[in-house]
Design a binder for this molecule. Sequence first.
Ligand code: HEC
Length: 191
Amino acid sequence: MKRTKYSIIALLSMMAVACNSNQPQVAEKAAPTQEEKVKRGEYLVTVIGCGDCHTPKIMTPQGPAPDMERYLSGYNAEMPLGEYDTTLAASGQWALFKGDLTATAGPWGVSFAANITSDGTGIGNWTLENFRKAMKEGKYKGIDNSRPMLPPMPWQNFAQLTDEDIEAMFEYLKTVKPVKNLVPQAIPPRA
Ligand code: HEC
């Protein structure tokens, strides 16, 4: 009797297995290929709008447009910063953007959008870990003992990105045309 009971259970579980195998298999997600990573990275960089701050602009009849020759190359080091109201910037009431949004004055001083192209003056020599630290921990240059990242780089939001998306963006940025441009150091607030 005991035997029959066990064989019925065994039979039932075999049937269950058989039924299950008729179900459409949930495909295991294959690791993305290099090409897929780069595509995903391009999509993220585009829709998040990294270029709003990181790409210099040219003036067109329709208003400012990204200068694709200098795509993601940061504040143009050859461009004079020009005059700005330091009292207003220091007041904490306003943040003042350079017309092309690549430099910003505020209570933190003046910050310059970084060169994030694949050039050596950009992030060409960075490791993925440098990039992750910069993007998710707000470490300038992506190194542990560097200064905290300044506004308006929205790293606090980017801290929510998955490591897969960070990697995709990094892989994409490595394919971006290298632009040689050594962005100036941030200017500390005036005393
Ligand atoms: C609102 C403006 C703004 C946006 C949008 C923005 N950034 Fe930045 N980013 C900056 C500024 C300004 C700095 C320089 C901050 C500093 O000097 O501390 C910076 C710095 C960085 C750095 C560090 C560079 C270094 O040399 O340490 C990386 C990497 C970076 N941004 C990547 C990105 C990526 C990728 C995106 C889009 C997903 C993005 N940023 C969107 C303004 C912005």
